[in-house]
Design a protein around this ligand. Structure first.
Ligand code: OSB
Ligand code: MG
Length: 373
């Protein structure tokens, strides 16, 4: 088979899958995952990607519907018009269009999976990594009561997760950390505010210093690098940027002014693997550790994250949990599981290295469309 053959067909599949337990952040409570799968077909091979944009523009301005339109009107035509099939070429060409990183990342991921399958090698090897295991971690949403939160944390620790991240918001922050520390004084613990505070809340945020947290993630809005800098000057705990870390250029500026000491890399938020690698390399040069964030992806998006997290500067536990932490049934086999050492094993097969359950995809499909040249 000719390896340089163009893409013959692209499919978009919008899906909805209920969570096993609701997920609540400072943005609100969600009961199901909405997203888009991207399939790129060439010869007898198919590459899979996932668009992590959510139903509502809360975490990001992108939504499932904006991503669909941007893919249909601009990004898919770009692939067919230029005859490209390499993810690096796609990354360069798609930069002409502003914004919409999650839409771009979904298609770029599918092209990476295809590229690795064409070479008959696992994605992590294509990325130049050698690691066969990455650190898991679990992100625990806001609960109805402290006792429910403590029960959930205890259950996740029993399952072997090496680090717990809790979501915080005003009125669910310092007192909650104090309750957790009473019961679990020594666990690796961090908090994520999803932009719920402003500098006027500085005293509350400084109160988090007494809990030995690994980091405080994104207290202020995504556009606000300077206020993160002002807080980091007084906060002993490391700040970590998520929503703000939108590109290599912004991460470079954030590090120059010391807005944070840790970076969360999400492929969707930054617009793909090429941009993620640039951020990873920049942080590595500057001795800034990174970890892989999640968007409650299906197994397809999460396997992509697992391969990315094999890069050497992903040294902190990732927001990568077992399939059953999110869904009753995942879209892949084998499902993602954590080892007794709290790790995730990176599969050896070509591309993502797992089988895609087309039967399960059909069950969760809301809308589907096929595009060809
Ligand atoms: O801020 O990390 C976040 C989920 C949706 C939107 C934003 C975030 C999250 C998570 C999920 O924390 C972590 C995971 O996928 O396990
Ligand atoms: Mg976050």
């Amino acid at each position: 088979m000719n390896n340089n053959k163009a893409i013959e067909r692209i499919e978009l599949i919008q899906f909805e899958i209920p969570y096993v337990h609701f997920f609540e952040t400072s943005f609100g409570r969600e009961y199901k995952k909405t997203g888009i799968l991207v399939k790129v077909l060439s010869g007898d091979l198919c590459g899979y990607g996932e668009v992590v944009a959510e139903k509502y523009p809360l975490y990001s301005y992108e939504t499932t519907s904006t991503a669909w339109v941007v893919l249909e009107d601009f990004l898919i035509p770009l692939v067919f018009q230029s005859g490209l099939s390499e993810p690096e070429e796609f990354y360069k060409s798609a930069q002409a269009y502003l914004g919409h990183p999650m839409a771009k990342a979904g298609l770029e991921l599918a092209l990476w999976d295809l590229k690795a399958k064409r070479r008959d090698m696992p994605l992590y090897e294509l990325y130049g990594s050698e690691r066969r295991e990455v650190l898991s971690g679990v992100s625990v949403g806001i609960q109805d009561s402290v006792s429910e939160l403590l029960d959930r944390i205890a259950a996740f620790l029993d399952e072997g997760y090496p680090r717990i991240k809790i979501k915080i918001k005003p009125e669910w922050d310092v007192a909650i950390c104090a309750e957790i520390r009473k019961v679990f004084p020594d666990i690796r613990l961090q908090v994520d505010a999803n932009a719920a505070y402003t500098l006027a809340d500085k005293e509350i945020l400084l109160g988090l210093d007494e809990f030995g947290l690994e980091m405080v993630e994104q207290p202020f809005s995504g556009d606000n690098l300077w206020d993160h800098h002002l807080l980091q000057q007084e906060l002993k705990t490391a700040l970590c940027l998520d929503e703000s870390a939108k590109s290599e250029a912004l991460v470079r500026q954030a590090l120059e002014i010391e807005s944070c000491r840790i970076i969360n890399i999400k492929v969707g938020r930054v617009g793909g693997i090429c941009e993620s690698k640039k951020i990873h390399d920049l942080c590595r040069q500057q001795s800034i550790p990174v970890w892989c964030g999640g968007m409650l992806e299906t197994g397809i998006g999460r396997m992509h994250n697992i391969h990315l997290a094999t890069l050497p500067n992903f040294t902190l536990p990732n927001d990568l949990s077992a399939s059953r932490r999110y869904f009753a049934e995942d879209l892949i086999v084998p499902e993602v599981e954590i080892t007794d050492r709290g790790m995730l094993t990176v599969p050896e097969g070509p591309g993502l290295g797992v089988s895609i359950r087309e039967d399960r995809i059909r069950e969760v499909t809301v809308q589907q469309k096929s595009y060809s040249d």
